[in-house]
Design a protein around this ligand. Structure first.
Ligand code: AHR
Length: 521
């Protein structure tokens, strides 16, 4: 049973392009906002829109790699449909090869002639055979094809600083040394640029079950053998906390903060909060829609508390907070391998992605990078594939709509949101953020998390003379509308026509359960 905090229940007929999405019994809420378009809250790093691709289920094999002999169109084994879709997202960085997989990965397994590479058991993910057909060269080719940058996760849990040092040298040395020459023999002459190096992953868990003090020492030891050079300017990222593990961040910052460029944070959204029964990706009701948003919005509090700890040791904010795993984690789809973490993706995921973007935009002085888990066929994916079929998920479209926020200037936007309650949880009906894009236009991104009610948002705009209001809106009739390979897509953005301007008063009609990105000219 839901309880609304209505600011107004006036029944307006909304002049939306997406008007068809207005439910017959929907109420219309009113809310106020103020936008200061001539001020700056800092730069929204494009790396906030990063991706994470692990050797897990269909994330790499089938999802990215089909091999050069496949009938599925590919360039050097990498599927062309996936490359085209990701290019449109302007993916700034991809984290690879894991995740938990990274702390069992031997980078040497994935170089040299493909027919001579060893097959290993993927112990973390369904015991699947890891053929190593996709290794360092294939990953960097993929990165080049989509126009992105690399974030490599180093094996700390079951390997040594020597292995890390040699991987770094193999990839980045310009010289006439044995490792650089081995790289050349394997087909790559010039050193690669790697933007970020993760020193371990979830070292408190699958990455070695370490205590924070022990990992801090391990981190210090590994990073001592990580040599920056003219061709290796990659940043060193320490393996950070899980969600509310504040003690981990405190110990790491205290013992090794001066030796790192960034520290990671992982936070997954489970509709129920229970790892044994997380909740389904589809077929959920209003109560679980609301509990999912209540949990995802905890990201705000979690970031704020980790930031406060970091501020204690690093008031200059030199060390970045890298939220390099986030997103929804549901019960796996029935009939799929439980170790493959395959889940459907619905309108709920898209709205949730936008709500998280808006949170990240409010922390740009500390949050320098994030990567959603994961790009293809795993958890909250951008793309689902089924053999030669491919479908772009609702989450994909949320990322696409927010592309103008990459490297944009965050603008102060204040608002008061009505509340929505169901099943014992209360959430704000919407959240939002604003920025001046690199193209000079001002953008407002809104996640309407209210599953039933439309919102009329009145924005007082200063520092900008608005002449035109455009943009895009993403919504659907049902909360769990999904896009699946081989089926009709139910969720895709359309032009937004719900905005009006009068003097400095902007009025935005925002449909329930939607993502809206408004462009102001
Ligand atoms: O994204 C799936 C897994 O979640 C990653 O491998 C691990 O780092 C996290 O626990």
């Amino acid at each position: 049973m839901k309880i609304r905090s209505l600011v107004s229940t006036a029944c307006l007929s909304l002049a939306l392009a997406a008007g068809a999405f207005q439910a017959a019994n929907a109420d219309t809420l009113r809310a106020d906002a103020a936008l200061k378009a001539d001020q700056s809250d800092g730069t929204i790093s494009r790396y906030i829109y990063g991706q994470f691709s692990e050797h897990l289920g269909g994330g790499i094999y089938d999802g990215i790699w089909v091999g050069p002999d496949s009938k599925i169109p590919n360039v050097r084994g990498i599927r062309s449909d996936v490359v085209a879709a990701l290019k449109d997202l302007h993916v700034p960085v991809v984290r690879w090869p894991g995740g938990c997989f990274a702390d069992e990965y031997d980078w040497r397994d994935g170089i040299g002639p493909r027919d001579q590479r060893p097959v290993r058991k993927n112990n973390w993910w369904g015991d699947a055979p890891e053929t190593n057909q996709f290794g360092t060269h294939e990953f960097m080719d993929f990165i080049d094809q989509i126009g992105s940058e690399a974030y490599l996760s180093v094996n700390v849990g079951s390997s040594s600083p020597k292995d890390m040092r040699e991987w770094v040298e193999y990839m980045t040395s310009p010289g006439n040394d044995t490792l650089a020459n081995e790289r050349r023999k394997n087909g790559r002459d010039a050193p690669w640029k790697v933007a970020f190096w993760g020193i371990g992953n979830e070292s408190w868990g699958c990455g070695g079950q370490m205590r924070p003090e022990y990992y801090a020492d391990e981190y210090r030891r590994f990073q001592a053998f990580f040599h920056k050079s003219a061709t290796n300017q990659g940043l060193k990222i320490a393996s950070g906390a899980n969600a509310e593990q504040y003690e981990w961040t405190d110990t790491l910052m205290k013992m090794a903060g001066g030796e790192m460029d960034g520290i990671s944070l992982h936070y997954y959204t489970l509709p129920t909060g229970d790892w044994n029964a997380k909740g389904a990706a589809t077929g959920f009701g209003t109560d679980q829609w609301v509990s999912t948003f209540a949990r995802t919005l905890k990201m705000e509090e979690i970031i704020t508390k980790h930031e406060a700890i970091m501020d204690k040791y690093d008031p200059q904010k030199r060390v970045g907070l890298f939220v390099d795993e986030w997103g929804t984690w549901y019960d796996v789809e029935k009939g799929t391998n439980p170790g493959f973490l395959y889940q459907k993706n619905t309108l709920r995921d898209a709205v949730l992605a936008a709500a998280n973007f808006n949170i990240f935009h409010h922390h740009v002085d500390r949050v320098k990078m994030t990567s959603i888990a994961q790009t293809i066929n795993v958890l909250q994916a951008m793309i689902l594939t089924d053999k030669d079929k491919i479908e772009l998920t609702p989450t994909y479209y949320a990322f696409k709509m927010y592309v103008p926020f990459q490297d944009a200037t965050a603008l102060p936007l204040t608002f008061t949101a009505p509340q929505y309650s169901a099943g014992g949880n209360t959430i704000p009906a919407f959240n939002a953020s604003a920025a001046r894009g690199k193209d000079g236009h001002v953008y407002i991104g809104i996640a309407n998390m209210d599953p039933a009610d439309n919102i009329v948002l009145s924005v007082d705009v200063s520092g900008l003379k608005v002449t035109k209001v455009g943009g895009q809106v993403l919504t659907a009739d049902k909360m769990d509308a999904a896009n699946l390979p081989g089926e009709k897509a139910l969720v895709a953005p359309v032009d937004y026509k719900g905005g009006k301007i009068k003097g400095n008063q902007l009025t935005l009609d925002i449909p329930s359960k939607s993502v809206v990105v408004v462009q102001l000219n």
